[in-house]
Design a protein around this ligand. Structure first.
Ligand code: AMP
Ligand code: GLY
Length: 424
């Protein structure tokens, strides 16, 4: 089969490497892909948001199956466009992708269907928001309604921070129209868990749970980033917690979307906080997480293409989605200065890695036949092993074999998870 994967980061590289394991896959195109991905797929210079060009390419090249991985094209309706030209896809249509595309939508959905989440208020006028925030207790949380490159959430320790946040989101429009409305949300506490689920709107197949590390530096210090590393499974996500989440959150969410006439098919990402009052939804994403995918998919034992096709055909109940009992760790190697300014264009070299390690490229380009850095997050170095402890040490061993100038990475990915696990 001829497959097309829309996107060009570490998540897409992990998806492509997994799809290549399927005996059904003959050819994979990546739109636009990246330097590292070009070693595993044919990269085509079409941007992930260029819906018309994506549609035209799929139709002209007789693509048998498409995977739309990033949030932007999903929210813009890439799956609807591909369906119009008869291309089968993995990913929600525009009506369902709103679960990530609008926080006002997702908060109202949770309220309407009694799905546990933080209490909240919605504002469309900055003056009203400020009036409310003057009388709020702190800390509190402000969220831009629409997509904001993962930067639309501001945790406010005091009114001054909240006022500056409202100004930049609603008046200065730093996220454009995504800031036309905002959500002011109750501040929750507790360990965070990411759980990604395959769903066809009828059956839900949860994937192995994971833990992201969002801050730039060790001990969760420094600025928020797109994610500096992940481990799976997340030791906080015990069988009891998983059962509770399935009953109180996953099933009610999928049923709520059906009732709203917005059946969700694809990967539904639950960002959860395990609060003293039980698990609550922090965010929904309408897609695979990045860098969660880089630890989740290496543990998937079932043929990914078969699972994705079953989701599209609404036959997920026919498939037994299995994960290995082991663990995985992904350490992101970034460019010094990320998430602020950084230099690019340094050559990336790799010594031979052991069989249990893989390098997923996020920000690399091909230049004169060499792989060079082209982004802030450059690589996700992942290892799998029987235990979390070994997965972490193997991932760091692999990091020592990958080189580029100005590289930096966190030295403590998985440390917190290991401490929790050892205390259980
Ligand atoms: P999001 O972009 O929605 O994933 O939010 C980014 C991060 O902000 C989350 O991973 C949490 O650590 C934090 N966060 C979001 N909402 C809340 C909340 N209501 N209470 C506490 N922390 C939050
Ligand atoms: N790692 C968080 C996300 O993909 O949104």
């Amino acid at each position: 089969m001829k497959i097309m994967v829309v996107g060009g980061g570490g998540r897409e590289h992990a998806i492509i490497k997994k799809l290549k394991e399927s005996p059904k896959v003959e050819k994979i195109y990546a739109l636009p892909g990246n330097g590292g991905i070009s070693q595993d797929a044919e990269c085509v210079a079409i941007g992930a948001k260029d819906i018309e060009a994506i549609k035209k390419f799929a139709s002209e090249n007789k693509i048998d199956f498409a995977v739309v991985a990033p949030d932007d094209p999903l929210v813009l309706g890439a799956v609807d466009a591909l369906h119009e030209v008869g291309v089968k896809c993995f990913g929600p249509d525009k009506k369902a992708a709103i679960i990530e595309g609008s926080k006002v939508f997702s908060k109202n959905l949770m309220k309407k269907y009694s799905i546990p989440t933080a209490g909240y208020e919605v504002f469309s006028e900055p003056e009203k928001a400020l009036e409310y925030l003057e009388n709020s207790s702190y800390p509190t949380v402000i969220k831009a309604d629409g997509l904001a490159l993962g930067k639309g959430v501001i945790i406010c320790p005091d009114f001054e921070t909240a006022r500056d946040g409202i100004n930049s989101i609603m008046n200065d429009k730093i996220f454009g129209d995504s800031g036309n409305n905002i959500v002011v949300e109750e501040f929750l506490t507790g360990p965070e868990v990411s759980d990604l689920c395959f769903t066809d709107g009828k059956t839900i197949a949860p994937m192995v749970s994971s833990m992201d590390h969002k801050r730039a530096h060790d001990n969760d210090e420094g600025l928020n980033t797109g994610g500096m590393g992940t481990i799976a499974p997340n030791p906080c996500y015990t069988e009891d917690v998983a059962k509770e989440c399935m009953e109180k959150i996953f099933i009610p969410t999928v049923e709520a979307m059906n009732k709203e006439g917005r059946t969700f098919k694809g990967c539904l990402y639950f960002g959860l906080m395990l609060t003293p009052n039980g698990p609550k939804v922090i965010e929904y994403n309408c897609r695979f997480g990045d860098p969660e995918t880089q630890v989740v998919l290496p543990l998937l034992k079932t043929d990914l293409l078969e699972v994705m096709m079953a989701v599209e055909d609404e036959k997920l109940s026919d498939i037994n989605v299995e994960f290995s009992k082991g663990a995985a760790c992904c350490v992101v190697m970034a460019s010094k200065g990320y998430p602020q300014s950084y230099d690019k264009g340094f050559e990336v070299t790799e010594e031979e890695l052991s069989d249990n390690a893989q390098v997923f490229h996020a920000g690399t380009a091909l230049k004169d036949g060499k792989i060079v850095t082209s982004g802030g997050r450059v690589l996700g170095v992942t290892a799998t092993a029987d235990t979390l402890e070994d997965a972490i040490s193997e991932a760091y061993k692999a990091v020592g074999k990958v080189h580029f100038d100005n590289a930096f990475y966190r030295k403590d990915i998985g440390k917190k998870a290991l401490a929790i696990k050892n205390n259980q």
